[in-house]
Write a protein that binds this ligand. Structure first.
Ligand SMILES: Nc1ncnc2c1ncn2[C@@H]1O[C@H](COP(=O)(O)OP(=O)(O)OP(=O)(O)O)[C@@H](O)[C@H]1O
Ligand SMILES: [Mg+2]
Length: 251
């Protein structure tokens, strides 16, 4: 598969802490890739490096062949990369509908207000927030706020979505809905790099999984390969099981 996103040797330190250590990654057009690892493994830092929030100290990141590491976050977004934030960041004074409309009205594929509203309502419906469109975001619980993050990312019309733990804290029934939602996005041809602690989601929807451990990529493979990889079990999966970490324990 032709790679849409390609990272080579991505390295990022914070003071003496090596948060990313020569990480390579590829996401093909329309591919769903999982990114897992313990708390502090560097997952969000990798998303921040791709989106221009943190400029890597070394390495290269290209999207459709274009180097990203010297571009500002808004330029990177305009190329067709959208992300969600692990801590939701809605505009508090806008309604949920208006939050979803912002990227449609001001984003790379700007549309008129009526068209933007119709599209935003469709997107909110698709993530399960249709009934709350006209409320302010402080009416949403944390699970719903993450859905709003996803709606805003979808509204940008991006070709690559970077999802940072949008499924944390879901019930079993909600996990089924989340799986269906991601599978729907994949059918639309979106490429997705998803950080996720909910292993049921990761193992079901991802074609490939990348495992980070203290900033280093320690494994990469299909869900089956990763679930049976001794190094991954030692570094991540086993530790979660020992701690009683089921799906609900995912942060
Ligand atoms: N802006 C920052 N300044 C200093 N240290 C940072 C910064 N951002 C991240 N770190 C550190 O880098 C390491 C990787 O953090 P990161 O947030 O990428 O982890 P993560 O894999 O997303 O973890 P979690 O599962 O808890 O979200 C951690 O040790 C963290 O404390
Ligand atoms: Mg994180």
């Amino acid at each position: 598969m032709a790679s849409l996103l390609r990272g080579r040797g991505i390295t990022k330190s914070f003071g003496g802490l090596l948060a990313l250590d020569r990480v390579d990654l590829e996401v093909g057009a329309g591919e769903v890739v999982g990114l897992i690892g313990q708390n502090g493994a560097g997952k969000t830092t990798l998303i921040n490096a791709i989106t221009g929030v943190h400029r890597p100290d070394a390495g290269s990141i290209t999207f459709d062949g274009q180097e990203l590491t010297r571009l500002a976050p808004d330029r990177i977004a305009r190329l067709g990369i959208a992300r969600t934030f692990q801590i939701p960041q809605p505009f508090p004074t806008l309604t949920i509908l208006e939050n979803a409309m912002v990227a449609l009205v001001f984003g790379p594929r700007a549309s008129g207000l009526a068209e933007a509203e119709a599209r935003a309502r469709t997107i909110l419906e698709s993530v399960g927030l249709g009934g709350k469109a006209d409320l302010p975001p402080d009416h949403l619980n944390i699970v719903e706020l993450r859905k709003l993050e996803l709606a805003r990312a979808l509204a940008s019309g991006a070709r690559l979505l970077l999802l940072d733990e949008i499924n944390a804290g879901l019930t079993a029934a909600e996990i089924q809905e989340a799986i269906a939602l991601i599978e729907g996005l994949r059918r639309q041809g979106l490429a997705i790099l998803m950080v996720e602690h909910v292993m049921r989601v990761i193992l079901r929807v991802c074609e490939r999984i990348i495992v980070l451990h203290f900033g280093r990529k320690i494994a990469e493979g299909t869900p089956r390969e990763i679930a049976g990889d001794p190094a991954v079990i030692t570094a991540y999966l086993g530790a979660r099981r020992a701690a009683g970490g089921g799906d609900r324990a995912g942060r």
